[in-house]
Write a protein that binds this ligand. Structure first.
Ligand code: SF4
Length: 293
């Protein structure tokens, strides 16, 4: 959950997730729609699918026991060097380094790194520097301290060097100018068209096969219909895009193979990506207001 996501965002999901899937066996046995539903709103759904796939492997091949060795766990889907090492150090106190956004910034400044931290060479230098610093004992505390130092003192923009406990051996000449990074790509605008089709307490939804694979969304339209009124417009970010979601009134037709009618009471229990859930809530509110409910 913490891959590319802040702790504050994850906290409301973590407890309910553990209550629903208390161990690998429970997660491995769950249908994918339950897993996506529990993840709904956290975004980056590939993480949920990877975790589900990893749980199946842990159960089928490792007796339900998650290995303490990051070399082993890196073979699981969704676990790269950072995630495997983070679990190894925080769960098992293994003396392995971690490099994430906060420690990367801190280490780049400590070493006055003049390479881009998102380049292959820059990454390798950061990982080897982190490896030279990690102690054999209490690596968990050390790694946690590095992350906190980056998050609270050696912050992005203007770091608080006057309060920094490692100031005496920091080599940064111009801390605010570090770390070096590739300039961000400009967001591209994208418009997506969908239809709102409802009939007698039911709504027609379509199962996504790409971006939100396995989740349900409002049926896709290839182009905005000429005559149908626009009922909803909203925006959401997706990777390097700012997506404009436009929903038009549709008329009930026979459902396509990827589509299904759902009773409105069912909708809360199926996985919908947040932009479509918000749109659907708005559309149903409009419908209720039109009926004077
Ligand atoms: S002295 Fe400043 S730049 Fe160096 S690690 Fe501390 S906060 Fe960061």
């Amino acid at each position: 959950m913490l891959q590319q996501t802040q702790v504050a965002t994850v906290i409301p999901y973590y407890g309910p997730w553990l209550a629903r899937f208390p161990d690998f066996a429970a997660l491995a046995a769950a249908p994918e729609s339950d897993v996506l539903h529990a993840w709904q709103g956290l975004g980056y759904y590939a993480r949920a699918r990877n975790l589900h796939a990893a749980a199946k492997i842990v159960v089928a091949q490792h007796g339900g026991i998650f290995s303490a060795s990051p070399l082993e766990t890196r073979k699981l889907p969704g676990l790269g060097r950072y995630s495997a090492n983070a679990v190894a150090t925080f769960a098992f106190d293994q003396p392995v380094p971690i490099v994430e956004a906060n420690t990367a910034r801190l280490l780049a400044r400590l070493s006055n790194l003049q390479l881009r931290i998102d380049s292959g060479k820059g990454q390798e230098l950061l990982w080897s520097l982190a490896a030279t610093l990690v102690p054999k004992r209490n690596a968990r505390i050390h790694n946690s301290a590095l992350m906190d130092l980056g998050a609270l003192v050696c912050t992005a923009g203007q770091p608080n060097c006057a309060a920094c406990p490692v100031r005496s051996f920091c080599a940064a000449e111009d801390p605010a100018a570090l770390p070096l990074k590739k300039p961000r790509a400009q967001l591209k605008q994208l418009t997506e068209f969908h239809g709102f089709v409802s009939d007698d307490g039911r709504v027609l939804l379509e199962q996504s096969r790409d971006r939100w694979r396995g989740m349900w969304m409002l049926p896709r339209l290839a182009a905005p219909p000429a005559a149908a009124p626009l009922l909803h417009r909203s925006h959401f970010p997706f990777t390097h895009h700012r997506v404009r979601l436009e929903v038009f009134a549709g008329t009930p037709t026979r459902a396509l193979r990827s589509q299904r009618w759902f009773a409105l009471e069912e909708v809360a229990s199926i996985p919908l990506p947040s932009p479509h859930r918000r749109a659907l809530t708005d559309l149903l509110d409009q419908q209720d207001a039109g009926r004077g409910i």
